[in-house]
Design a protein around this ligand. Structure first.
Ligand code: URA
Length: 240
């Protein structure tokens, strides 16, 4: 095949670009707005890949939870979302409706999204587990291990610009730590190259109103970061 017809490896392309800039004596990078277009998948490709992943995983039997489920709760939102929220596992409402965060905790999440100027449809919402644990008990390590590859694949397709862990299970699982939420929340981590922010789960906020203030601080951190990515300048209702 002619060299010019060979599909470029994105990493080779990036390395060549960076080397070239250095050799031209550039100290600072200029990244033109179209630079990533040939590397990244289009919104349509992402949504097709996500649909394929759903179809291939919805009948999963890798752990016992599939036996008691009503619905497989894959995730919801745009496949090209810049922001991805990750909770713990479906509860009763989510199991019945087949969509994450639609019960009381979900309604509170919706209100938080409104407060930071994001629409539910433009973010992606998923969970560590896709089938409901009985009586909403904590996920077992073997359930997490069985289910996590699906979430990793979702992340890999969506490639969000920022991930937000909602609560202890999501944060500790993905960051592979046992640190408590009080130590984990409120700052960014690197999760496989993704900026990763930790905040309280909305179900915890319903039980512990004292978590509302720190959660609002975390959501402001998220929105400021989102503004940096998009060039927007959102005004918080309490800072006008
Ligand atoms: N809690 C979660 O962690 N996920 C849901 O989808 C609903 C409640």
């Amino acid at each position: 095949m002619e060299d010019s017809l060979r599909k470029e490896d994105p990493l080779e392309l990036a390395a060549r670009y960076l080397r070239q800039r250095r050799e031209l004596g550039e100290e600072e990078l200029y990244l033109s707005p179209g630079l990533f277009d040939s590397i990244e998948k289009s919104p349509q490709e992402k949504s097709e890949l996500l649909k394929e992943l759903y179809d291939s995983s919805r009948d999963c039997t890798k752990c016992g939870l599939h036996e008691g489920k009503t619905n497989y709760v894959f995730g919801t939102g745009s496949a090209s979302s810049l922001v991805m929220f990750i909770g713990e596992a479906p509860g009763r409402e989510e199991d019945l409706q087949g969509e994450p965060f639609v019960g009381r905790a979900g309604k509170l999440l919706n209100r938080i999204l409104v407060a930071i100027g994001l629409k539910r449809e433009e973010v992606y919402i998923g969970n560590i587990l896709k089938c409901r644990p009985p009586e909403n008990r904590d996920p077992l390590p073997e359930e997490i291990e069985a289910c996590l590859p699906h979430l990793y694949q979702q992340i890999d397709i969506i490639k969000p610009r920022v991930i937000v862990a909602l609560g202890r299970v999501a944060a500790q699982t993905l960051l592979k730590t046992n640190l408590p939420m009080s130590k984990l929340r409120g700052r960014f981590y690197d999760f496989n190259g993704y900026p990763f922010l930790v905040t309280y789960h909305t179900a915890a906020l319903l039980r512990n109103p004292q978590f509302k203030k720190p959660t609002w601080e975390d959501m402001k951190i998220l929105r400021r970061y989102y503004d940096k990515i998009t060039g927007e300048n959102f005004k918080f209702y309490d800072e006008e």
